[in-house]
Design a protein around this ligand. Structure first.
Ligand code: ZN
Length: 244
Protein backbone atom coordinates (compact mmCIF):
# COMPACT_ATOMS: atom_id res chain seq x y z
CA UNK A 1 0.00 0.00 0.00
CA UNK A 2 1.19 3.49 -0.73
CA UNK A 3 -0.37 6.88 -0.22
CA UNK A 4 0.18 9.90 -2.37
CA UNK A 5 1.71 13.03 -0.89
CA UNK A 6 -0.92 15.36 -2.39
CA UNK A 7 -3.74 13.77 -0.42
CA UNK A 8 -4.52 14.68 3.16
CA UNK A 9 -7.72 13.59 4.89
CA UNK A 10 -10.52 16.14 4.68
CA UNK A 11 -14.20 15.77 5.53
CA UNK A 12 -17.25 16.65 3.45
CA UNK A 13 -20.55 16.81 5.35
CA UNK A 14 -23.84 16.07 3.65
CA UNK A 15 -27.40 16.02 4.91
CA UNK A 16 -29.92 13.70 3.19
CA UNK A 17 -29.57 12.26 -0.31
CA UNK A 18 -30.06 13.62 -3.81
CA UNK A 19 -32.35 10.68 -4.54
CA UNK A 20 -34.55 11.69 -1.57
CA UNK A 21 -34.80 15.23 -2.94
CA UNK A 22 -35.73 13.83 -6.37
CA UNK A 23 -38.49 11.81 -4.70
CA UNK A 24 -40.00 14.93 -3.12
CA UNK A 25 -38.51 14.79 0.39
CA UNK A 26 -38.34 18.59 0.66
CA UNK A 27 -38.46 18.95 4.45
CA UNK A 28 -36.12 18.05 7.27
CA UNK A 29 -35.21 19.25 10.75
CA UNK A 30 -31.65 20.28 9.91
CA UNK A 31 -31.14 24.00 10.56
CA UNK A 32 -28.80 26.35 8.72
CA UNK A 33 -27.14 27.11 12.06
CA UNK A 34 -26.33 23.45 12.60
CA UNK A 35 -25.20 23.07 8.98
CA UNK A 36 -22.74 25.96 9.31
CA UNK A 37 -21.22 24.12 12.26
CA UNK A 38 -20.13 21.45 9.76
CA UNK A 39 -18.59 23.80 7.21
CA UNK A 40 -18.50 27.38 6.01
CA UNK A 41 -18.53 26.54 2.30
CA UNK A 42 -21.07 24.64 0.23
CA UNK A 43 -24.43 24.38 -1.51
CA UNK A 44 -27.92 23.01 -1.02
CA UNK A 45 -31.55 24.07 -0.87
CA UNK A 46 -34.17 25.10 1.69
CA UNK A 47 -37.26 23.37 3.05
CA UNK A 48 -40.09 23.40 0.49
CA UNK A 49 -37.39 24.16 -2.14
CA UNK A 50 -37.61 27.83 -1.14
CA UNK A 51 -34.52 28.83 -3.09
CA UNK A 52 -30.96 27.73 -3.70
CA UNK A 53 -28.49 27.72 -0.81
CA UNK A 54 -24.93 28.96 -1.22
CA UNK A 55 -22.51 29.01 1.72
CA UNK A 56 -19.40 31.12 1.33
CA UNK A 57 -17.08 32.45 4.02
CA UNK A 58 -19.31 30.99 6.73
CA UNK A 59 -22.36 32.93 5.50
CA UNK A 60 -25.46 31.13 4.16
CA UNK A 61 -27.18 32.92 1.29
CA UNK A 62 -30.73 32.21 0.12
CA UNK A 63 -31.16 32.72 -3.63
CA UNK A 64 -34.91 32.76 -4.24
CA UNK A 65 -37.05 32.22 -7.31
CA UNK A 66 -38.17 35.86 -7.24
CA UNK A 67 -34.57 36.92 -7.87
CA UNK A 68 -33.82 38.14 -4.35
CA UNK A 69 -30.68 37.21 -2.42
CA UNK A 70 -30.73 37.37 1.37
CA UNK A 71 -28.73 36.01 4.25
CA UNK A 72 -30.54 32.90 5.47
CA UNK A 73 -31.73 32.93 9.08
CA UNK A 74 -29.96 30.37 11.26
CA UNK A 75 -33.27 28.71 12.21
CA UNK A 76 -34.27 28.08 8.59
CA UNK A 77 -34.10 24.46 7.53
CA UNK A 78 -32.55 22.48 4.73
CA UNK A 79 -33.69 19.15 3.23
CA UNK A 80 -30.40 18.64 1.31
CA UNK A 81 -27.00 20.31 1.60
CA UNK A 82 -23.30 19.60 1.19
CA UNK A 83 -20.69 21.65 3.07
CA UNK A 84 -17.03 21.53 4.02
CA UNK A 85 -14.39 23.73 5.54
CA UNK A 86 -12.75 24.94 2.38
CA UNK A 87 -8.98 24.49 2.44
CA UNK A 88 -7.82 24.79 -1.16
CA UNK A 89 -4.53 23.01 -1.87
CA UNK A 90 -4.83 23.22 -5.64
CA UNK A 91 -5.27 26.43 -7.57
CA UNK A 92 -4.77 27.56 -11.13
CA UNK A 93 -5.56 30.42 -13.46
CA UNK A 94 -7.95 29.59 -16.31
CA UNK A 95 -7.01 30.37 -19.89
CA UNK A 96 -8.90 33.45 -21.14
CA UNK A 97 -12.51 33.07 -22.32
CA UNK A 98 -13.47 29.54 -21.37
CA UNK A 99 -16.92 27.98 -21.66
CA UNK A 100 -18.29 25.83 -18.89
CA UNK A 101 -17.30 22.68 -20.79
CA UNK A 102 -13.76 23.96 -21.35
CA UNK A 103 -13.48 24.97 -17.69
CA UNK A 104 -14.59 21.50 -16.66
CA UNK A 105 -11.94 19.83 -18.88
CA UNK A 106 -9.31 22.23 -17.48
CA UNK A 107 -10.31 21.42 -13.89
CA UNK A 108 -10.05 17.68 -14.60
CA UNK A 109 -6.40 18.14 -15.59
CA UNK A 110 -5.68 19.53 -12.11
CA UNK A 111 -7.07 16.57 -10.17
CA UNK A 112 -4.61 14.08 -8.68
CA UNK A 113 -7.37 11.47 -9.02
CA UNK A 114 -10.95 11.28 -10.29
CA UNK A 115 -11.85 9.09 -7.33
CA UNK A 116 -12.17 11.71 -4.60
CA UNK A 117 -14.66 14.46 -3.90
CA UNK A 118 -13.57 18.03 -4.59
CA UNK A 119 -14.96 21.26 -3.24
CA UNK A 120 -14.36 23.89 -5.89
CA UNK A 121 -14.42 27.65 -6.05
CA UNK A 122 -14.15 29.71 -9.21
CA UNK A 123 -13.69 33.45 -8.88
CA UNK A 124 -13.43 35.87 -11.75
CA UNK A 125 -15.13 37.94 -14.38
CA UNK A 126 -17.85 36.18 -16.30
CA UNK A 127 -19.10 37.30 -19.70
CA UNK A 128 -22.31 35.38 -18.93
CA UNK A 129 -23.80 33.12 -16.28
CA UNK A 130 -27.06 31.22 -16.76
CA UNK A 131 -28.70 30.10 -13.53
CA UNK A 132 -31.90 28.50 -12.40
CA UNK A 133 -33.59 28.92 -9.06
CA UNK A 134 -36.05 26.47 -7.62
CA UNK A 135 -39.39 27.95 -6.61
CA UNK A 136 -41.09 27.34 -3.27
CA UNK A 137 -43.38 24.31 -3.45
CA UNK A 138 -46.71 23.66 -1.75
CA UNK A 139 -47.85 20.37 -0.27
CA UNK A 140 -48.54 17.74 -1.42
CA UNK A 141 -45.04 17.89 -2.87
CA UNK A 142 -44.48 16.76 -6.45
CA UNK A 143 -41.34 14.86 -7.44
CA UNK A 144 -38.47 17.13 -8.41
CA UNK A 145 -38.71 16.37 -12.16
CA UNK A 146 -42.10 18.13 -12.02
CA UNK A 147 -41.23 20.79 -9.43
CA UNK A 148 -38.29 22.05 -11.51
CA UNK A 149 -40.71 22.90 -14.36
CA UNK A 150 -41.42 26.00 -12.21
CA UNK A 151 -37.74 27.03 -12.14
CA UNK A 152 -36.85 30.64 -12.72
CA UNK A 153 -34.06 30.78 -15.31
CA UNK A 154 -31.93 33.92 -15.61
CA UNK A 155 -28.87 35.01 -17.51
CA UNK A 156 -26.58 37.79 -16.35
CA UNK A 157 -23.83 39.27 -18.50
CA UNK A 158 -20.55 40.96 -17.58
CA UNK A 159 -20.53 40.10 -13.92
CA UNK A 160 -17.85 39.47 -11.31
CA UNK A 161 -18.68 36.70 -8.93
CA UNK A 162 -17.97 33.35 -7.35
CA UNK A 163 -18.97 29.81 -8.21
CA UNK A 164 -19.20 27.48 -5.23
CA UNK A 165 -19.78 23.74 -5.32
CA UNK A 166 -18.51 20.23 -5.62
CA UNK A 167 -17.14 17.83 -8.19
CA UNK A 168 -18.47 14.44 -7.20
CA UNK A 169 -17.40 11.01 -8.50
CA UNK A 170 -19.89 8.97 -10.55
CA UNK A 171 -20.06 6.28 -7.86
CA UNK A 172 -21.94 8.79 -5.70
CA UNK A 173 -24.86 8.92 -8.14
CA UNK A 174 -28.02 9.12 -6.04
CA UNK A 175 -26.15 10.12 -2.91
CA UNK A 176 -25.14 13.35 -4.56
CA UNK A 177 -25.08 14.89 -8.05
CA UNK A 178 -22.32 13.22 -10.11
CA UNK A 179 -19.97 15.66 -11.86
CA UNK A 180 -19.90 19.35 -11.07
CA UNK A 181 -22.81 20.73 -9.07
CA UNK A 182 -22.24 24.44 -8.56
CA UNK A 183 -24.07 27.60 -7.50
CA UNK A 184 -23.18 31.21 -8.38
CA UNK A 185 -23.31 34.49 -6.50
CA UNK A 186 -22.14 37.88 -7.78
CA UNK A 187 -19.69 40.11 -5.90
CA UNK A 188 -22.52 42.44 -4.79
CA UNK A 189 -24.36 39.44 -3.27
CA UNK A 190 -27.52 40.45 -5.14
CA UNK A 191 -27.85 37.79 -7.87
CA UNK A 192 -27.24 34.11 -8.21
CA UNK A 193 -28.58 30.58 -8.45
CA UNK A 194 -27.86 26.99 -9.49
CA UNK A 195 -25.48 27.19 -12.45
CA UNK A 196 -26.68 25.81 -15.79
CA UNK A 197 -23.97 27.39 -17.95
CA UNK A 198 -21.35 30.13 -17.98
CA UNK A 199 -18.58 31.78 -19.95
CA UNK A 200 -15.62 32.99 -17.94
CA UNK A 201 -13.59 35.89 -19.33
CA UNK A 202 -10.79 35.35 -16.82
CA UNK A 203 -10.51 33.89 -13.37
CA UNK A 204 -9.09 31.21 -11.17
CA UNK A 205 -10.14 27.91 -9.71
CA UNK A 206 -9.31 26.55 -6.26
CA UNK A 207 -9.89 22.94 -5.27
CA UNK A 208 -10.13 21.23 -1.89
CA UNK A 209 -9.82 17.47 -2.00
CA UNK A 210 -12.30 15.52 0.15
CA UNK A 211 -11.54 12.02 1.39
CA UNK A 212 -14.19 11.51 4.08
CA UNK A 213 -17.95 11.78 3.59
CA UNK A 214 -20.09 12.27 6.67
CA UNK A 215 -23.65 11.48 5.64
CA UNK A 216 -26.55 12.53 7.86
CA UNK A 217 -29.87 10.87 6.98
CA UNK A 218 -33.24 12.40 7.96
CA UNK A 219 -35.40 10.68 10.58
CA UNK A 220 -38.66 11.85 9.01
CA UNK A 221 -41.40 9.46 7.86
CA UNK A 222 -41.22 10.99 4.36
CA UNK A 223 -37.58 9.93 4.14
CA UNK A 224 -38.35 6.50 5.56
CA UNK A 225 -40.96 5.78 2.87
CA UNK A 226 -39.15 7.44 -0.07
CA UNK A 227 -38.15 5.48 -3.19
CA UNK A 228 -34.40 6.07 -3.24
CA UNK A 229 -33.48 3.78 -6.14
CA UNK A 230 -35.68 4.71 -9.12
CA UNK A 231 -34.81 3.00 -12.40
CA UNK A 232 -34.54 6.32 -14.25
CA UNK A 233 -32.25 8.03 -11.73
CA UNK A 234 -29.86 9.40 -14.37
CA UNK A 235 -32.70 10.87 -16.44
CA UNK A 236 -34.12 12.55 -13.32
CA UNK A 237 -30.69 14.00 -12.47
CA UNK A 238 -30.22 15.29 -16.04
CA UNK A 239 -33.61 16.99 -16.06
CA UNK A 240 -33.52 18.52 -12.58
CA UNK A 241 -29.86 19.56 -12.38
CA UNK A 242 -28.99 20.41 -16.00
CA UNK A 243 -32.42 21.01 -17.57
CA UNK A 244 -31.26 18.50 -20.18
ZN1 ZN B 1 -28.05 23.18 -7.16
Amino acid sequence: MSTTGVVTRHEVFQTSLMSALLDGVYEDEMTIGELLGHGGFGIGTFNALDGELLVLGGVAYQLRGDGTVTRAALDERTPYSVVTNFVPHIHAEFPADVTRTQASVFIDTLLPSQNYMYALRITGEFSSVRTRTVVKQEKPYRPMVEATDDDEIREVDDVRGTIVGFRTPLYEQGISVPGCHVHFIDDDRTRGGHVLDFELRHGEVELCLGTDLQLRLPLTSDFQSADLSPEDLQRQLDKTESHA
